[in-house]
Design a protein around this ligand. Structure first.
Ligand SMILES: NC(=O)C1=CN([C@@H]2O[C@H](COP(=O)(O)OP(=O)(O)OC[C@H]3O[C@@H](n4cnc5c(N)ncnc54)[C@H](OP(=O)(O)O)[C@@H]3O)[C@@H](O)[C@H]2O)C=CC1
Ligand SMILES: O=C(O)C1=N[C@H](C(=O)O)C[C@H](O)C1
Length: 254
């Protein structure tokens, strides 16, 4: 296994893979890395060189929307399947990945969230979506997070709108005394992003109706929450020949 990214998630994946029978982290690839090895694992800075030297069965990427297209291109050119957890990826890149995996017959799994509790939270939010006209999302993350809103929040809102077949009702303020007070908006769902030290990754989906509220809340209290999903995706991607978006598809939920 080659791990793209030596950040919080890359290193957590390396530890999980190391502890998993039958899996070995053979190298990291990190374009910005200053050291030649981390945790006893060699670090390559150039994608092609790293893949040619390490010859992995799978690449796992947790980096940044600027880097993921680079490692994805290098991996697919070599026929190596990918598991991608990086969020904030462009629609253009996702379209390219869909076409490229299909054309080459090489698998890729892209999931905004690998925690089973988050996958279920998104699943339940989709189920509730057709019973309410109003919904808002509060996502809460650590203060080091690069992208806002979170990929999970976007995927949740998109899934809810698709499940319902039309946008939610989004009440606009008559007067907005501080710009952005109503948050971002996707398909009528207001999304509010909280960034604080002390948080890991959390989300509330709040549905409002006549005299009632439904709140679906999910908490990742540690990055170990993502590891069973990542390991499942690594195993599954080897048997795939095209792009799979969302862990729900690997869990029989979609
Ligand atoms: N799908 C899921 O379940 C989860 C997804 N994520 C997503 O994973 C991604 C990484 O998260 P996290 O590990 O916390 O982030 P970190 O900031 O800790 O790590 C990011 C990694 O990407 C590298 N990187 C950043 N920018 C670039 C660039 N322009 N070119 C090349 N490499 C770059 C960093 O290199 P360096 O350290 O050398 O600067 C680092 O190795 C995020 O998109 C996050 O949203 C996170 C948790 C769960
Ligand atoms: O950056 C993070 O930490 C996380 N990113 C993913 C996202 O953007 O949804 C998944 C999880 O929320 C943790």
């Amino acid at each position: 296994m080659v791990i793209s990214g030596t950040g919080r998630m890359g290193r957590q994946v390396a530890a999980a893979v190391l502890a998993e029978p039958g899996m070995t982290p053979v190298a990291y690839i990190d374009a910005l890395a200053e050291r030649g090895a981390m945790d006893g694992i060699p670090v390559f800075r150039e994608a092609g060189v790293g893949l040619d030297e390490a010859k992995p069965h799978v690449v796992v990427d947790f980096t940044n929307a600027a880097w993921t297209p680079v490692i994805a291109k290098a991996a697919l050119e070599r026929g190596i399947p990918l598991v991608i957890g990086t969020t904030g990826l462009s629609a253009e890149f996702m379209g390219w990945l869909e076409a490229e995996t299909r054309a080459r017959g090489v698998g890729a799994v892209v999931a905004a969230n690998f925690a089973i509790s988050a996958v279920l939270m998104m699943h339940f939010a989709k189920q509730a979506a057709r019973f309410f006209d109003h919904a808002e999302i509060i996502e809460l993350h650590h203060d080091g997070k690069a992208d806002s809103p979170s990929g999970t929040a976007k995927a949740t809102a998109e899934g809810m709108v698709a499940a319902r077949g039309r946008p939610f009702v989004h009440p606009e303020p008559e007067v907005e005394t501080v710009a952005g007070a109503r948050g971002a908006e996707l398909g009528g769902v207001a999304i509010h992003a909280v960034r604080l030290p002390g948080l890991v990754a959390h989300q509330e989906v709040i549905f409002g109706g006549q005299g009632q509220l439904l709140t679906i809340r999910q908490d990742s209290t540690g990055r170990d929450s993502f590891m069973p999903g990542v390991l499942l995706a690594i195993r599954e991607v080897l048997g795939r020949r095209e792009l799979v978006v969302g862990l729900d598809r690997l869990l029989g939920l979609a």
